[in-house]
Write a protein that binds this ligand. Structure first.
Ligand SMILES: C[S@@+](CC[C@H](N)C(=O)[O-])C[C@H]1O[C@@H](n2cnc3c(N)ncnc32)[C@H](O)[C@@H]1O
Length: 195
């Protein structure tokens, strides 16, 4: 990672913490992943050589920058979805500032509507960090669009376990998937698509 991106990530970390401490209104909170989660996602992407990456829940693009920097090593591309105009605008300006806008496609829309437009087996890696009550309803599309050998990573699996359990319980008994819960950051649930 270059120094310019390191500096921007540090700036966004401070901004996220200060902003979220000061603002109660959910659409204006950044709700970013933790820095160690960013490092973890980066390692997963590099180690699995993931090229086609989908993120649901961009916010101001903090997590997207981690994903994009790792994807660059694989000559990869990120598609990221955010339906809040304010956050999508912040994200775009952060992607440009990082010089990573060329490998990121930002879609400003409801993820449920966008998921249906993707091809079967399109993505090597999906990072889900959005509205948890929607996850179970999105699952068939997530499964359809994830390649065999691909990885689904879901944030907040420890911090919001009760809300995450419906999704986790279905994937845990799905013979197409191997799953694991990693206690890093807010808790990352991993579902590897075996077949
Ligand atoms: C937890 S934040 C994402 C944080 C971001 N991944 C990061 O770590 O920097 C969740 C984001 O998902 C967005 N969101 C929630 N439901 C959505 C939906 N149905 N379609 C698109 N975006 C959605 C919210 O506006 C919010 O910005």
């Amino acid at each position: 990672m270059n120094q310019q991106l390191k500096t921007l990530l540090l700036k966004l970390e401070s901004f996220g913490v200060d902003n979220d401490a000061a603002i109660a209104e959910r659409p204006k909170r950044m709700l970013n992943i933790t820095p160690d989660t960013g490092e973890f996602l980066s390692i997963l992407i590099k180690a699995t050589k993931a090229k086609n990456i989908l993120e649901i829940g961009t916010s101001n693009g903090y997590s997207t920058l981690w994903l994009a920097d790792a994807a660059l090593a694989n000559d990869g591309h990120i598609t990221t979805i955010e339906y809040t105009d304010y956050k999508a605008e912040l994200a775009l300006s952060n992607f440009i500032e990082a010089g990573l806008d060329g490998c990121i496609t930002l879609i400003k829309n409801d993820a449920g509507l966008e998921l249906a437009k993707f091809q079967n087996n399109q993505f090597d890696f999906i990072f889900l960090d959005s509205e948890r009550s929607e996850y179970l309803g999105w699952l068939s599309e997530l499964k359809r669009t994830l390649k065999v050998g691909g990885l689904l990573v879901v944030d907040n699996a420890v911090s919001h376990l009760t809300e995450m359990l419906p999704l986790m319980n279905v994937l845990k008994v799905d013979s197409d998937f191997s799953t694991n819960l990693i206690p890093i950051g807010n808790g990352e649930f991993l579902a590897y698509k075996e077949k």
